[in-house]
Design a protein. Structure first.
Length: 331
């Protein structure tokens, strides 16, 4: 998630009709239907929706210092590889300059921007899913992993690894977060002793939750490969099912069992490492905790707009709740 200070300066360019002069300036590098561009959301990136020849597309951009250009290039290569191998993904669109990634200078600084085609289908909440959709969800992840296992390694050399993520935690955590540091040491020791083979480890989506899936009957489209990284495939299962495992990992949960059944239709899973789902969940929580600590980079002030005050409050509540959980683990 980006820093709140970054979010504020861009969202302030959005008017009452959800239009942004900044986003329009950035999108000028691509062909699009005029007056069709609207703000969608901000999280790790700024996302705007627009139409080109009447079809929905997405503009995604972020401040230059927040992204590695080589990692972005790898993401584009991965998407085209998956598309060629019958994985339904949001495909990148070339700019007028015949580039998939544009670096654009604006009054607010430099940004990297990319455009993707929209995907048909509905984005579900976990409570809405029927058993057959849990099966489809798992099967889609299994098919994705099976395809990624055969992908040439040169296509993802610049993507982050679990070690990079834990090094980020070590670099960002303040010394005062003693319980989080103890969690970091425990998770690091565990992860460093996990086996790594070509069958249990490779590039994963990292955020295969429902808000990144477009489900259309018996077909699933996948969006947002921005966080894809080198991990154990079991970690991708754990991260995908966070809404089911938000309290604790229950391997007897019927939805998990159906999801795993679908997954194993398409590819195998290391049963030994699968037993470590709770630890993968703890790893993800630690990384997310640190990211949000970094995100909350502005003080509590009444002069900020209400949406920002509310967002900051929610993030601070998450930090406090997670900090308490770490203390319970390591008191």
């Amino acid at each position: 998630m980006m820093k709140l200070s970054s979010m504020l300066k861009v969202v302030e360019t959005i008017d009452d009709e959800w239009r942004s002069s900044l986003a329009e300036q950035i999108l000028e590098r691509w062909e699009y239907d005029k007056k069709s561009l609207y703000y969608f959301r901000s999280s790790a990136n700024f996302i705007f929706v627009f139409k080109k020849d009447g079809e929905w597309h997405f503009l995604r951009f972020i401040e230059k210092q927040e992204r590695n250009i080589e990692a972005l290039k790898d993401e584009i290569d991965i998407l085209f590889y998956l598309s060629r191998h019958s994985i339904r993904v949001a495909e990148p669109v070339q700019s007028k300059n015949k580039r998939y990634i544009e670096e654009i200078e604006t009054e607010l600084g430099f940004f990297y921007a990319v455009v993707f085609k929209g995907l048909d289908g509905k984005q579900y909440e976990v409570e809405e899913l029927r058993e057959e959709q849990f099966l489809l969800w798992g099967r889609t992840l299994g098919k994705l992993h099976r395809t990624l296992k055969n992908m040439p390694k040169n296509l993802y050399l610049n993507r982050s690894t679990w070690k990079d993520h834990l090094n980020f935690v070590r670099r960002i955590l303040p010394e005062s977060e003693w319980a989080a540091y103890k969690e970091l040491e425990e998770i690091s020791t565990w992860a460093n002793n996990l086996s790594i083979t070509s069958d249990n480890f490779g590039i994963v989506h990292y955020d295969f939750e429902l808000d990144n899936l477009c489900i259309n009957k018996d077909e699933v489209g996948i969006i947002d490969f921005d966080d894809c990284a080198n991990y154990w495939y079991a970690a991708d299962i754990a991260f995908a099912l966070r809404d089911i495992f938000h309290e604790k990992v229950d391997i007897n949960h019927p939805s998990y069992q159906v999801f795993l059944q679908g997954y194993t239709i398409e590819t195998s899973i290391d049963e030994h490492i699968l037993k470590d789902l709770p630890l993968f969940m703890r790893m993800h929580q630690l990384i997310m905790f640190t990211k949000i600590l970094r995100t909350v980079d502005i003080p509590e002030l009444e002069e900020y707009p209400e949406w920002l005050q509310n967002l900051r409050k929610n993030l601070v509540n998450y930090i406090q709740k997670t900090r308490t959980e770490f203390k319970k683990l390591h008191s």
